[in-house]
Design a protein around this ligand. Sequence first.
Ligand SMILES: [Zn+2]
Ligand SMILES: [Zn+2]
Length: 386
Amino acid sequence: MTLIMKNINKLLLITASLMVVNSYAQTKMNFPDIPGYQTLKCDFHLHTVYSDGSVWPNFRVMEALRDGLDVIAMTDHIDFESYPEFIEKDYNKPYEIAGKAAEGKKLIVINGGEISPRVSPYHNNAIFLKDVNKLPIDYMQTTEKKFVMKDHIDKKELIAPFLEAQKQDAFVFYNHPGYAWWDKKDTAIFTGLHKELHEKGIIKGIEVVNGRYNIIAHRIAEKYNLTLLGNSDAHADVFYTYRTSHRPVTLAFVKDKTEEGVKEALKKKRTAVYVDDFIIARYPEADALFKASLETSFEKRVRNGEPILSVTIINKSDVPYSIRMTAPYNIENYPLGQMILKPHEPRTFVVKEMWDNPSLIELDVEVYNVVVSPEQNLRTKIQLQL
Ligand SMILES: [Zn+2]
Ligand SMILES: [Zn+2]
């Protein structure tokens, strides 16, 4: 690791520790649309009592509406049942029940399942499935109350549910890489089987956030050019788990607010992830979201004979952007040009000593908590035409 990278990491850590921690969960999350696309808040990884979750499917809808989400995917494990004596095995039911509960509401519910062997390729979600029950789970010995795989598993048996998902034109993504180091002989995390499924065009995305940020997953996402996803993987009440902050979400930048629109955005990798006070995204989405969040106005004045520019920025998103700004002129009052653009609060600063009366000012902005790669935060420019 180079010295620059180390310093950036250090800065990110310092910034994270300086940020405000809410004492209660912020349930509603506001994000602006970006040019050409609508911004949808999504959670593509949720469990219910149909596998190892603790809630009935309609509860996921109530939570999502409370949190202002636009999209949820029902993704119970297709190879485990907690309550076989009470609940008849049917992995389309969570979607059907939740779908009914969401009728007439502004929430898109997507059918899906989590393929969960404890050997490579480990856990993966298949979403936009038409019939979850068709995914074969021949690698399992017992699924009722106990999760027991066969002693000798054929590679074919492991790949079979993925091929069926592909047949149903599902979108498949790798969940929580490195969640458990089940196979210590194969610590590659993105194993030969993942590479094969990726080459077949089956695995297209990865959870860089599963409750928390995962740098290994982020590096894999870069290397294999996978869609970035961030989900809660909630098994119980989302509110309690994320009570000190907010649930993690994937932001999908869609052309239309429909299931097809969401699928198109995921396939084209137009996503960002919001976790704690961080945005994780590729540069184009990160830059567009940051810029769309800001409403900038300015006033040119002469103050005691000194030409100055008074600039006001209002952050219209719920992300407290922590920035450092440099300009070809001095910025008054903010050491190193650092400031936090708190959500929905105007922040005013003065650009000083503009003796040559410029017609354009370019502010170089570094946004500490917007992460565009595992080693780099967002650097961008704000242009002010005077
Ligand atoms: Zn589970
Ligand atoms: Zn899992």
